[in-house]
Design a protein around this ligand. Structure first.
Ligand code: MG
Ligand code: ZN
Length: 384
């Protein structure tokens, strides 16, 4: 009996490890610390609140995966009192429950925002009956707008995938990659090269992308130079590394995507994901959460700067769910020090913030369902 139990325990641990590796990068043990102390902070600009018209020409949707109010405030504390996010004067909350669970995963959470439909955990752009549902990115593309996706995870991972692919399970990475070829997306930058080239079906999707007139690049310095045409930027075999490894991947990808998409006179839809705030929460690492939160906030700053100049761009910043039940148990804004505890290594059920800046921002106040975000974006961007 005892041996059986031991064997079962070993299988359980193995199972959990394999599952975890499939889902996200795990933090190194030395980084699983409860306290973050900032070595430097960045200046936060204040942008004017003056826009043209009451409906936006462009939408930039930024998703901080796993970003609840504690993650935001941890970032604010670490940056000594301010974040770019504070430029958003219209703020609401999103209820993240999925169709089959009180606690959502990123697939159902992403699909709710991208399609306006609540679905089961693990679903990518499909409803509870596994039927494909059109995403805001596909709807924008059909209306002649330019479209883009940027992510610090693999571009085939749940959050970006839910904006472009239609698969019954989030683990079908190769099928998700193939779904990119069925669309006219103008630019996508993230990891996931292996899912395009090392495939069970023998297809080489990089070659197929080139035949569809995509510039395909794997190096950030080459991606940086591109400012028109179609671009597939595949910056890692699977996931991009942590901030110390990936460097300015997210800001460079964001700048490049904005340059390419802004060529379209009709407007654009761009989703940018800060994927690894979630992974920091899963790891119970304050350092991991805060460094990715601050990287994400500076990219929010880039989006706001673009919108402030353009005056016709709506910037939305939200999350698919909270991760870790992060609790701030101590800290100092003056010193940029923050201490946190994580009661769970999983997602939690709490509402997550929705921040808005630009024409139509006032639509995003109050408590809403995550699916309402899709309805509001569609009304503002495509019903004119
Ligand atoms: Mg994600
Ligand atoms: Zn997660």
């Amino acid at each position: 009996m005892f041996q059986k139990l031991q064997l079962l325990t070993i299988f359980l641990i193995l199972g959990i490890t394999v599952y975890a590796q499939d889902q996200y990068l795990t933090a190194k043990s030395e980084d699983i610390e409860k306290t973050y102390t900032s070595k430097s902070s960045y200046d936060v600009k204040e942008f004017p609140q003056k826009f043209r018209g009451d409906k936006p020409k462009n939408i930039i949707l930024l998703i901080g995966d796993g970003m609840g109010v504690s993650q935001v405030f941890a970032g604010l504390t670490a940056n000594k009192g301010h974040l770019f996010l504070e430029n958003c004067k219209f703020i609401g909350f999103s209820k993240t429950q999925s169709a089959d669970a009180y606690i959502t995963d990123s697939a159902a959470g992403g699909t709710a925002i991208s399609t306006g439909v609540k679905t089961y955990n693990g679903a990518i752009g499909v409803d509870v009956n596994k039927n494909p549902v059109k995403t805001i990115l596909e709807e924008a593309s059909e209306n002649g707008l330019a479209t883009g996706l940027v992510s610090t995870s693999a571009i085939t991972h749940a959050t970006p995938a839910s904006f472009i692919a239609h698969q019954a399970g989030r683990g079908s990475y190769e099928d998700i990659a193939a779904d990119f070829l069925k669309t006219n997306i103008d630019v996508f930058i993230g990891g996931g090269l292996d899912h395009f080239t090392k495939r069970a079906d023998g297809r080489n999707l990089v070659e197929e992308l080139k035949q569809k007139d995509y510039q395909v690049e794997t190096e950030l310095k080459k991606i940086k130079k591109i400012n028109n045409g179609k671009l597939a930027g595949l910056t890692a075999d699977v996931h991009n590394g942590r901030l110390s490894e990936r460097g300015d991947m997210l800001p460079v990808a964001t700048e490049t995507a904005l340059e390419i998409l802004d060529n379209n006179k009709k407007g654009f839809f761009l989703m940018i994901e800060g994927s690894q705030i979630d992974w920091g929460g899963h790891a119970g690492s304050t350092i991991y959460v805060v460094e990715d939160m601050l990287d994400f906030d500076q990219v929010v700053g880039q989006a706001l700067e673009f919108a402030a100049k353009d005056k016709k761009t709506l910037v939305l910043v939200t999350a698919d769910h909270e991760t870790g039940g992060m609790a701030l148990t101590g800290g100092s804004i003056k010193d940029g020090m923050v201490k946190a505890a994580f009661p769970t290594g999983d997602h939690t059920s709490v509402m997550v913030p929705v921040f808005a800046y630009g024409p139509g921002a006032e639509e995003f106040i109050g408590i809403m369902e995550n699916t309402d975000i899709h309805a509001k974006m569609k009304k503002l961007l495509l019903e004119k």
